[in-house]
Design a binder for this molecule. Structure first.
Ligand code: PBG
Length: 327
């Protein structure tokens, strides 16, 4: 029996693929994606136990990965180094060694693939014998201003090697302004800053810390990374980062923090990145490997949700899978 009066039937707009295509509100393409890559010294490409499908690449392996990503339309990568314990100390000196792993990798990528945007993570944890993003005092406090000084050296070192964008992930106060000043003073006015603006103290980073053996040796990161319970505080961080000269801001993790992405989108005009982190990757990957979900479809839906919430770009370990997807 037809309903006799129903002028508004939303299903009319869903009746065929062509009409669904016309009314689609959000699009996501490979050029919106940033591929995070792990790199280590030496000639072996080592599978990462805590992140199936991901590798700690040798320089050669990494260049191959950048090339295949590039062919799939992914033109931006972010680099994370695995540093051997013997090069770690409590002031993370290796983090600004111009002959270190990351500067070497940056210049190799820029030489072979000049049009790939190279983004570097600026934080001390992979180089710090204490495993924290900042310098730890005798009594266990994270020293803000001392850390910012080292972060400036690290950012300069990456810029000197040819990085397009430096991305401070440490959450120290005042680091964006200090890094901007250091870069400008060092004639790197063109190097951008992607600030990890709202980085939460999240258990979803666990698999990443396994990949780099970079977990804190004592304590946790709650005195610098944000409390997952807080949303207004993200706005406070965003206002500070904008005033200090950030070019782009990031929300991290992504999936469990869609409200934060939407909130920042509504309140600030800078481009917003969201990081689908290692734990989010692993949950989808492991369910797919068990045959419980369709990987391509869930990946596409999870990324679309992040884009729909307001992200302009997404860092995801699934970047290549998404670009290759058949659904
Ligand atoms: C380090 C850093 C972390 C991640 C990116 N940069 C770990 C942390 O803060 O402990 C996590 C990324 C991921 O989980 O995929 N400053």
């Amino acid at each position: 029996m037809p309903l006799d009066y129903l002028p508004s039937r939303p299903r009319r707009n869903r009746k065929s693929p062509s009409i669904r295509g016309l009314i689609r509100e959000t699009s996501l393409s490979a050029s919106d994606l940033i591929l995070p890559l792990f790199v280590q010294d030496g000639s072996t490409d080592e599978p990462i136990d805590s992140m199936p499908g991901c590798f700690r690449w040798s320089l050669d392996g990494l260049l191959g990965e950048v090339e295949s990503a590039h062919e799939l339309g992914i033109h931006a990568v972010v680099l994370f180094p695995a540093i051997p314990d013997r090069l770690k100390n409590s002031t993370a000196d290796e983090s600004w060694n111009p002959e270190g792993l990351i500067p070497t990798v940056i210049s190799a990528i820029k030489t072979r693939f000049p049009d790939v945007a190279v983004i570097t993570d600026v934080a001390l944890d992979p180089y710090n014998s204490d495993g924290h993003d900042g310098v730890v005092s005798q009594d266990g406090r994270i020293l803000n201003d001392e850390t910012v000084e080292i972060l400036c050296r690290q950012a300069m070192c990456h810029a000197d090697a040819g990085a397009d964008i430096v991305a401070p992930s440490d959450m120290m106060d005042g680091r964006i302004g200090a890094i901007r000043a250091a870069l400008d003073e060092g004639n790197h006015q063109e190097v951008s800053i992607l600030s990890y603006t709202a980085k939460y103290a999240s258990a979803y980073y666990g698999p990443f810390r396994g990949a780099l053996d970079s977990a804190p040796k004592s304590g946790d990161k709650k005195t610098y990374q944000m409390d997952p319970a807080n949303a207004r505080e993200a706005l406070r961080e965003a206002m500070l980062d904008e005033s200090e000269g950030a070019d782009m801001m990031m929300v991290k993790p992504a999936g469990p923090y869609l409200d934060i992405i939407a909130k920042l989108r509504a309140e600030v005009d800078l481009p917003i990145a969201a990081y689908q982190v290692s734990g989010e990757y692993l949950m989808i990957k492991s369910a797919a490997q068990a045959g419980w979900i369709d990987e391509d479809k869930v990946v596409a839906e999870s990324l679309m949700g992040i884009k729909r919430a307001g992200a302009d770009m997404i860092l995801t370990y699934f970047a290549k899978e998404y670009a290759k997807r058949k659904v």
